[in-house]
Ligand binder design. Sequence first.
Ligand code: GLC
Ligand code: MG
Length: 533
Amino acid sequence: MQHGSTDRPWWERGVIYQIYPRSFQDSDGDGIGDLAGIEARLDHVATLGVDAIWLSPVFPSPMADFGYDVADYCGIDPMFGDLAAFDRLLAAVHARGLKLLLDFVPNHSSDRHPWFQQSRSSRDDPRRDWYIWRDPAPGGGPPNNWISDFGGPAWEHDAATGQYFLHTFLKEQPDLNWRDPDLRAAMMAAMRFWFDRGVDGFRIDVLWHIVKARGLPDNPVNPDWHPGLNARDQVIQTFSTDQPEAHAIAADMRALADSFGDRALVGEIFLPNDRHARWFGKPDRPEVHLPFNFQLIENAWDAAVLARVIGDYDASIPAHGWPNWVFGSHDAPRIAARIGEAQARLAAVLLLTLRGTPTLFQGDEIGIGEVAIPPDRVRDPQEIRQPGIGLGRDRSRTPMPWDASAHAGFSSAEPWLPLNADWSTRNVTAQEADAGSMLHLYRSLLALRRANATLSIGDFALVEADTGVLAYERRSGAERLLVALNLGGEPRPLRLPAGAVVAETLASTLPLRTIDGMLAPDEGLILRLTEAD
Ligand code: GLC
Ligand code: MG
């Protein structure tokens, strides 16, 4: 393989930026973001220096799960705009040389989707089998022991026909039956609809969930579960996830994407490395381009833990696969809330210098931290169903603060969720004016990555480092870059690989200084190395 070459597909070289449409920019004064708002703020995305936008769902939806309950796979919710507004946004994105990924939600629809309305109407309806219906268990009650990811049984009894339907998430999100060929064709047609319109790909929601084991056997009980943990984890999802038939569907989706040319599929998949890597598919029957890798979110911010996790993940990627990294999303706690702002600057360096495609979540580029959501403003159904155990997702979904004007320039009305408490100083405009801000750090890292292909596609190797320091080299040809991150609060020696000296400091999380053989607390460096004479 030719390293250092920039002749790689955009989804390998590039950086993805996630926009949560409800919270990016409101254009019509309803306190909720929309497509015209996103279009008006595209300069921010372009000047940041990312390559692609992934838009969380904008399809017609009753919003029981804020768009992840789709009532029409081929439309736009009036709250966000209409198809014409979408086409304008897509053209504006492309005009800036950016790509646009939509969010495809194949595991479930909304219960208001006409398909489900028909399916539930009678046992003989032609669409009955588009969803997963079962008789009650022999003694009554749900057909098996499966638990909803949002807590409670994954089954809802429907009096009209006396059967239960399966819902992996809310009862307003009935699971689709991908074993039914007509449903499958209808969903593939929906994907094709957006490809035909010109979208560059999809992020695919809970892809590893979409097919369930035949016979729907009980899931094994998890002996380690106890109250206070997510109710979802009472059982291990052996029979409700990661079935071979789901891989076959992913391969079909890939074939469809490939038939349109330079498109990309990103799959939301939570699994251990060996099973996770299978979602790349086989070389002659590929599946998703990027199975989302959430290990930076799931593991402790600790140099030794991260070195192990990064090394194991990198080693698990097959020759025909390509790694990727995520630090934040609309589902996960914000990185600056988890580790503090000073360390979040190191997280920015890490995300943008590991081998693999990074996904950056809106708002992390200005370091939004914890946002306390007052009880009367909680909107997230996951938090409402299992309150007080830390599952709330509203705190990561708060509106983008753009400036110090009313409602932070996000809307002319009170936003649907509160702003970050420090919005009057932590906003895009304020950080523009501050050369030391998180925003400028992200911009300079993204510019460096763009200018230097070694950072995106060069080889990767961990380097031995002191306690609390995470260090690795990126190489291509004669170029050697060292990334050294001091995750601790103590100064630590900066160890250089034997025979190497520092030629140039390319980036730092602290003001640039002469390198003196030490890493200051919270210091992260990107150094160009050269051979000692
Ligand atoms: C995914 C989404 C999450 C949603 C769930 C159900 O995990 O990221 O926001 O609630 O799927 O669609
Ligand atoms: Mg609006």
